[in-house]
Write a protein that binds this ligand. Sequence first.
Ligand code: PRP
Length: 211
Amino acid sequence: MELINIALPKGRLGEKVYALFKTAGYPCPALEEENRKLVFENPEAGVRYFWVKPSDVAIYVERGAADVGVAGKDILLEYAPDVYELSDLGLGKCRMCVAGKKDFRDDRSRVLRVATKFPRIAREYYSSISREIDIIHLNGSIEIAPILGLSDVIVDIVETGRTLLENGLEPKEEIVPISARLIANKVSYKFKNAALGQLAEDIAAHCPTQQ
Ligand code: PRP
């Protein structure tokens, strides 16, 4: 039987995702050993897992290097990969927000400077409220931008809100709720339909949104 290739997001979310796959009937003991390997397989369960950077999962799946994967809705909205979104796993819940300094007041007579790792999401949001903006595309530590006066606000992920709080910032508007999604390659979904359909069903039966 051909293995199902699964791209997992490396890190905290990935550990939770693997735990879910394991309880759903797709364990891989080799993956649970402490080591630096990135590819693991368990032919008995019909799976091959690999750890990739969370923001790269959708690329592996879109190009068919992985049949399925788990990616945040933030990545799917930002890069709009050509994949099927099979289900919401209810894990990694957070919000995409506009945040700024506590005393920030929007002056609509000026162009708003927005620092973000998510230029597309930011552009679409501000275009939907007809607000003219200047995007400052950063790769991390976005919270620093308003503190140093590089931007007026940020568009970023807020989970507990601690990073904002500890940097004197606060959420101003929520753009969209985010959570982890099971995605599938379109060609794989056709040719490995029985196996992927079964996997999606098994995962859905065990994921937090169902409990
Ligand atoms: C995200 C986000 C915030 C932080 C929010 O960063 O960019 O910095 O988490 O979490 P909190 O509300 O619980 O404080 P992430 O850890 O994904 O790393 P990054 O800096 O590479 O974006």
